[in-house]
Design a protein around this ligand. Sequence first.
Ligand SMILES: [Zn+2]
Length: 111
Amino acid sequence: MLIPKRCDVCDKELLLGSARYDVDIRVASSFDGYLPELDEVDATEESREDKLAKLLENLDAISPEEAEAGVYQEIQMTLCPECRRKFLAALGDMTGKELQSQPKKQPILLQ
Ligand SMILES: [Zn+2]
């Protein structure tokens, strides 16, 4: 049996067959390939042992859940048309791009 869902933002009931939008967001830590050398220490910097001790101290201070959340998060939402519009406008404000007027992908025409 199909059960009507609710908008995950405004909690409006999404009647069966009405417009709704699924949003899947994946936020993953990115690696640029650069690893700072622990040995690159000049006379004014802390020793390698001090740096390692500090690093291990910082790792102890956060829970595994916090550490994981800092590396990878997945967010899934279902939105009503109004919240979709607000969501895209907020993303547009953040990126400085007009996301709502982007054209759909052109279909590939077979001859
Ligand atoms: Zn909504």
